[in-house]
Design a binder for this molecule. Structure first.
Ligand code: ZN
Length: 148
């Protein structure tokens, strides 16, 4: 594959590469209550997500995958952010992240490190990379597409 690597501001590039090289919550759970996997054939990205949900709260999460730095770092940051969240908060976070990528504008404070991916919005072909883990998350939790 030869999709050009997006150019990011230095600070953001560091955050993305840090998550890519040292993915958070890498691996799998012994007894996930929810799981899903997905691929982005355009880029060859793969993500498998394991979740443990107790009383509507994401109590544990792990992922494995391979692919470009955007897809893997986005998923790593996502897992770091959703641990301990209620399902409706997760749903809101998905909406904030999608809005950042699709509509631009200022990143929502809840996004944390995910703010570093705002530059992807300028590279439409890479948006699918950034959204892969989120698509898998939504599918794993059985959440509906946000109608935006
Ligand atoms: Zn990719």
């Amino acid at each position: 594959m030869s999709i050009a690597e997006p150019q990011f501001e230095e600070l953001f590039r560091e955050v993305i590469l840090d998550h890519y090289r040292r993915p958070r919550n890498a691996g799998e759970l012994a007894a996930p209550t929810h799981q899903a996997e997905g691929v982005n054939p355009v880029c060859g990205d793969e993500v498998t997500l394991h979740l443990e949900v107790v009383d509507d709260e994401v109590t544990d999460v792990a992922f494995s995958g391979q692919g470009c730095s955007i897809s893997q770092s986005s998923t790593s940051m996502m897992t770091a952010q959703i641990r301990g969240m209620k399902i409706d908060q997760v749903n809101e976070l998905i909406g904030h992240f999608e809005a950042q990528l699709m509509h631009g504008g200022d990143p929502h404070p809840a996004l944390g490190d995910l703010e570093s991916l705002q530059g992807v919005a300028k590279f439409p072909v890479r948006i699918k990379c950034a959204l892969l883990g989120w698509k898998v998350l939504r599918e794993g939790l059985g959440l509906q597409e946000n109608d935006t």
